[in-house]
Design a protein around this ligand. Structure first.
Ligand SMILES: Nc1ncnc2c1ncn2[C@@H]1O[C@H](COP(=O)(O)OP(=O)(O)OP(=O)(O)O)[C@@H](O)[C@H]1O
Ligand SMILES: [Mg+2]
Length: 219
């Protein structure tokens, strides 16, 4: 285990500030499907690639990220889990996308094998309940995790704010920024590029959401 993992093991739920020159392993996982795991993994990899060579390991059985990269071009390397094992040492940062509903034994592997576990959740009751279940399952594992609100509907809908208030009220670690629901994310997936490479008036607004999350992880 490298220093970052050791430090984080001693400080579960806290993101430490000494990531700057450290290799980062970030896993994106959630109990519920369709909450933006693959979209999050892909855009965090885009952010980290600007810092150092980054590998996205596509552990999603639907092979979302691999499909995405086959459709267009991504600014970082994408590999499946088998290739990922041998490639990992060649990359500074690693982002791992996972399928929905991990088994308890899988959750343990997921939680222990990373420096930071990002848990995306949409701001609806079902996804929030799944997030609370996941947080509960992580308790014994001393995982360094942070919840990310995704697909936040536009004003005047208050679902995003209400979900944030509930999660913060429960004392759970949550990213300060959230990801807005914007159609340009779907266009990016279709074109096989990150959202900042789409020609669309909303592309930069959409990219900023993930860039701010990236800054919270690795300034
Ligand atoms: N912020 C967003 N705004 C609009 N659409 C989004 C956003 N994030 C993701 N989507 C879309 O929502 C759908 C689900 O996203 P994604 O595939 O990233 O979720 P997932 O959690 O990986 O799903 P699965 O559990 O099937 O692996 C996709 O069509 C994606 O393009
Ligand atoms: Mg996925």
């Amino acid at each position: 285990m490298h220093e970052t993992s050791k430090h984080l093991d001693e400080n579960p739920g806290i993101i430490c500030n000494n990531y700057l020159s450290e290799k980062m392993i970030i896993t994106v996982a959630a109990f519920k499907g369709g909450v933006g795991k693959s979209t999050t993994a892909l855009h965090l990899a885009t952010y980290l690639q600007n810092k150092a060579d980054t590998l996205l390991v596509d552990g999603d059985l639907n092979r979302s990220a691999l499909d995405w990269s086959n459709r267009g071009s991504l600014p970082f390397k994408v590999a499946d889990e088998k290739q990922g094992v041998s490639l990992a040492k060649l990359y500074e940062h690693i982002v791992i996308d996972t399928p929905a509903r991990p088994e308890p034994s899988e959750l343990k592997t997921i939680a222990k094998g990373c420096d930071l576990l990002v848990i995306p959740t949409t701001p609806d009751a079902i996804a929030l309940a799944a997030t609370l279940q996941m947080v509960d399952a992580l308790k014994q594992l001393k995982t360094n995790y942070r919840i990310l609100l995704t697909l936040i509907p536009p004003h005047p809908n208050k679902a995003g704010e209400e979900a944030r208030t509930a999660l913060e009220g429960a004392g759970l670690p949550i990213f300060k920024w959230g990801i807005r629901r914007l159609a340009v994310f779907q266009r990016a997936a279709l074109e096989g590029v990150p959202v900042n490479a789409v020609k669309d008036s909303k592309a930069q607004i959409a990219w900023r959401c993930y860039a701010e999350i990236g800054k919270e992880i690795l300034p």
